[in-house]
Design a protein around this ligand. Sequence first.
Ligand SMILES: [Zn+2]
Length: 75
Amino acid sequence: MGKDGHWVPAVIEDVELTYSFEPHKAKKLKGQSWLYCTHCGLLYLRNPITKWCIKMGCNNSYHKQYKFMLKKLTK
Ligand SMILES: [Zn+2]
């Protein structure tokens, strides 16, 4: 979590990674309004980059468009 409450993705090393779709395992936290994924830790926030990450599954950071989307959607 970032200091302003936004989900901050882990820093990915600049290596060739293969993306394969892995559905999130969303779970509701007690007393929290957000769902979160027990597999990758993604918080289901209502912002464009999170929506993209939800759609792409747990391995979204391996996707070749990840950096591009991150730049585009977090402006
Ligand atoms: Zn996940």
